[in-house]
Ligand binder design. Structure first.
Ligand code: ADP
Ligand code: MG
Ligand code: ZN
Length: 555
């Protein structure tokens, strides 16, 4: 029988599907040809099938390294339902079960063994597994191996040791949904993949509507937006938030449950089950919930707090609409989210994490198509700039072209040689006669006074947009300086356009208007200042750290 035909037959016979999804057939064929592979496919793209099907066709026992107990159990249960001899090895087995499993392995009774990374060097396991043929080693959720990723697990780094412990090096197949270029490189390196076949299938999830909201009262927004009959996940950044959001929803009569690492294992399991079987269709959880969860009918994923990077965000958002039906992902953003994240980062002082956080913040402030922003972040070829399916594209009507203003601001920054902060730039544009301007000769610049009819507030907002869209960047910690980026050239020289989400008034007090969109609203500004004082005194964090870090986005 021809190979292709055999693959399709197996697909139909065991899995009941008529056709492969994007990337599946290529990955499966390469694995069967003995090649290492790295498959990068979006959440619910169908990664499991890419290794389960070859496992059926290969002689011997396939090993699948998988990070979560619940995930292993679900997969093994469904494989057994299909009549496939699957088993798992993790900390949930008692001694009796472990010994029985070792016998099963030795006698060749197991076709697919799921294993937790911590168990790889278990002596019983090693001695049993050496007696059988292992044609394929699968590393699922392979981003866990990388410190650059969002779910780093040190135990994953032991996976490559298994190659030497087995008699013969198996074909290695790694899979993940979320991988920036660095993480991809790191996976290849850490797993020592040999000239692997790599495939990245479309990241874009066309059935998801991406929405960023900046409600004054998040809880109120949630209560009015949440459909009690639909399945939803609400992600919160802390256990405390999970508890309080869950409590309020329950009080209002929503069938909601909760999940976070602080709950006892049994309770977590029970809550997860209640959600999966729609007894409680609303799940309030920290990011501890969801990796590998295959619930098809989640209609909305809310982020009650802004996640710490786009990787985490996209992975969590991707749990909506796995059945392909129209679904929404809604990020509820507030300035406090920035502060909390910046504070957490300031403790570790991790530059990489700060960069990633800034990209996340920019996502909340950009006026670009949100889809395009995400694709660009992951280094994808941008499919669209106008998806008509994200809150920015849908609100385009309210956008104003600020290209001319942007050109003035950018050329002012160029002339100021990137040596000044936002306030100075504003003063120069307005033509201020302050000492700090005239003393430095800044009043001699060609751009001096060119935007004198704009208020402080209006200029701040425009500069904010230019930062968010990365025409400008802020560098330096204690004294943040504003500089132009490479991208600014497109506006200065190549006729690129810049838009802003709401009409600008040239003068006058904008604070009263409360569009809810600006980080630079006067109300927010004061609240921010107050919050920083509190944080500095409550947590004993030196105030200059709080001030300078937060200053990046609120000067
Ligand atoms: P992930 O890539 O997130 O690991 P899964 O392997 O859990 O995704 O697959 C997601 C869903 O897609 C599952 O319900 C699976 O049965 C289904 N699926 C996978 N491959 C196909 C296919 N070729 N045709 C139809 N459904 C598929
Ligand atoms: Mg999976
Ligand atoms: Zn869009």
């Amino acid at each position: 029988m021809e190979v292709r035909e055999q693959l399709h037959k197996t697909l139909k016979k065991y899995f009941g599907y008529d056709s492969f999804r994007e990337g599946q057939e290529a990955l499966i064929t390469q694995i069967l040809n003995g090649k290492d592979v790295l498959g990068i496919m979006p959440t619910s793209g169908g990664k499991s099938l890419c290794y389960q099907l070859p496992a059926l066709l290969l002689d011997g026992m396939t090993i699948v390294v998988s990070p979560l107990l619940s995930l292993m159990k679900d997969q093994v249960d469904s494989l057994r339902d299909m009549g496939i001899a699957a088993a798992y090895l993790n900390s949930s087995l008692d001694r009796q079960e472990l010994l029985q499993l070792m016998d099963d392995i030795r006698y060749g009774n197991i076709k697919m063994l799921y294993i937790a990374p911590e168990r790889i060097e278990n002596e019983y396991f090693l001695s049993a597994v050496r007696q059988v043929n292992v044609p394929l080693l699968v590393v699922d959720e392979a981003h866990c191996i990388s410190q650059w990723g969002s779910d780093f697990r040190p135990s994953y780094q032991g996976v490559a040791r298994l190659y030497d412990l087995l008699g013969k090096r198996p074909v290695v197949a790694a899979f993940t949904a979320t991988a920036t270029k660095e993480v991809q490189e790191d996976i290849l390196f850490q797993l020592r993949l040999q000239q692997p076949f790599q495939i990245v299938t479309g990241f874009d999830r066309s059935n998801l509507e991406f929405i960023v909201e900046k409600p004054a009262d998040k809880m109120r927004f949630l209560l009015s937006d949440l459909n009690p009959n639909d399945s939803s996940i609400i992600y919160c950044s802390t256990r405390k938030n999970v508890e309080s959001v869950h409590k309020k929803l329950a009080q209002k009569g929503f069938a909601a449950t909760l999940y976070h690492a602080g709950l006892p294992e049994a309770e977590r399991q029970a809550n997860q089950e209640a959600f999966l079987h729609d007894r409680k269709p609303v799940m309030v959880a920290t990011n501890a919930f969801g990796m590998g969860i295959d619930k098809s009918n989640v209609r909305t994923v809310y982020h009650y707090n802004m996640p710490k990077n786009i990787e985490s965000y996209y992975q969590e958002a991707g749990r909506a609409g796995r059945d392909g039906e129209e679904s929404r992902v809604i990020l509820l953003f507030s300035v406090q989210d920035i502060i909390i994240n910046k504070l957490l980062n300031s403790k570790t002082n991790d530059g990489e994490a700060t960069n990633k956080l800034n990209k996340m913040i920019n996502y909340c402030y950009t006026n670009q198509c949100l889809r395009a922003y995400i694709q660009e972040y992951f280094g994808e070829v941008i499919a669209t700039q106008d998806c008509q399916h994200c809150s920015n594209c849908l609100n385009k009507a309210e956008q104003k072209d600020i290209t001319e203003e942007a050109q003035k601001i950018l050329s002012c920054v160029v002339r100021m040689r990137g040596r000044y902060g936002i306030q100075k730039i504003i003063s120069v544009l307005q033509g201020s006669k302050q000492k700090g301007i005239t003393d430095y000769g800044l009043d001699k610049l060609k751009t001096y006074g060119q935007m004198s009819k704009y208020s402080d507030q209006a200029l701040r907002e425009m500069i904010g947009v230019l930062i968010a869209d990365e025409y400008l960047q802020v560098v330096g910690d204690q004294y943040p300086l504003v500089q132009v980026t490479q991208k600014a050239l497109s506006v200065l020289k190549e006729g690129g356009k810049v838009a802003m989400s709401y009409a600008l008034e040239e003068t006058g007090d904008r604070a009263a208007k409360q569009t809810g969109k600006g980080l630079y609203d006067t109300g927010l500004f004061d609240r921010l200042r107050q919050l920083r004082m509190e944080l500095a005194s409550e947590h004993g964090i030196p105030s200059y750290i709080v001030f300078s870090d937060v200053a990046l986005h609120d000067m």
